[in-house]
Ligand binder design. Structure first.
Ligand SMILES: [Zn+2]
Length: 256
């Protein structure tokens, strides 16, 4: 199993990071991609990837952080270009569009996102996309780059039609804890609809804990509950779902 989206660089894990990583290994997690949301957390993701053999890093600016940059009038995605050269940096992100909160600056978010798409194209790295309430915008921004960039729509919560558009752009779709929730009809429908060859599993820890740990701090070991729920939805064995989703992550992120 590979946890393709985890924030072990957040302070939530400061006290027991080693145990969290050990528990993940015990659960059968072989690789974890530690995802940055700004310069500091991206730098920390790289540092962690140097300390632990099974950690990899993604570097980028999250759309909510670009809102903070707007407030501070400090546009900078330049750090990504320095960090991308590091050995275990396997992706750019998370980046994208987030229109969940009311007072967003779409043009600014777009600019920061497009800078990162250009870097993904230049360095041929996959994008980890955050698209909360902004799936339509992300798809429209990515369309002109079809065939030139790839990546994953992490924690996807759009429609089935949008999922199809994303697949036709050559992107993968990330599934998370909600597919284990009894009443999460939409998340289950997406996971059922999208071919297993185009799905990645991820925890998005510390957020979105799956059942039976809903509401608690999430961690990479919990990716096994997401795998289990996905196997049920797909009517497949857990080991087949494990093999295929692991291969998907290795293919996209060029993991060993
Ligand atoms: Zn995230």
């Amino acid at each position: 199993m590979i946890d393709t989206h985890i924030h072990l660089n957040f302070e939530d894990y400061i006290d027991d990071l080693e145990i969290v990583i050990l528990d993940a290994e015990k659960a059968g997690v072989t690789h974890m991609i530690v995802v940055g949301i700004d310069e500091g957390s991206s730098k920390l993701a790289i540092e962690l990837s140097k300390q632990y053999p099974n950690l990899y890093a993604s570097v980028g600016v999250h759309p909510s952080e670009s809102e903070n940059m707007f407030e501070m009038q400090a546009t900078s995605t330049a750090f990504i270009e320095d960090m991308i050269q590091e050995n275990k940096v396997v992706a750019i992100g998370e980046c994208g569009i987030d229109l969940y909160h009311e007072d967003f600056h779409l043009d600014y978010q777009k600019e920061v996102f497009m800078n990162q798409i250009e870097l993904a194209k230049k360095y041929q790295k996959p994008l980890i996309i955050h698209s909360r309430s902004g799936v339509r915008e992300c798809i429209d921004i990515l369309k002109p780059y079809q065939g030139q960039v790839t990546g994953v729509f992490h924690c996807f919560n759009g429609t089935l039609e949008e999922a199809d558009e994303i697949l036709s752009l050559g992107f993968y779709i990330g599934v998370d804890g909600p597919i284990t929730f009894k009443n999460a009809k939409d998340a289950k429908a997406i996971a059922t609809h999208v071919p297993i060859e185009k799905l990645l599993i991820e925890t998005d820890g510390p957020y979105l804990s799956p059942e039976p740990y809903r509401g608690r701090r999430n961690q990479p070991a919990n990716v096994k509950y997401i795998l289990k729920a996905l196997a049920q939805l797909k009517n497949m064995s857990e080991s087949d779902v494990d093999d295929i989703t692991t291969q998907n992550a290795k293919t996209l992120f060029l993991l060993p």
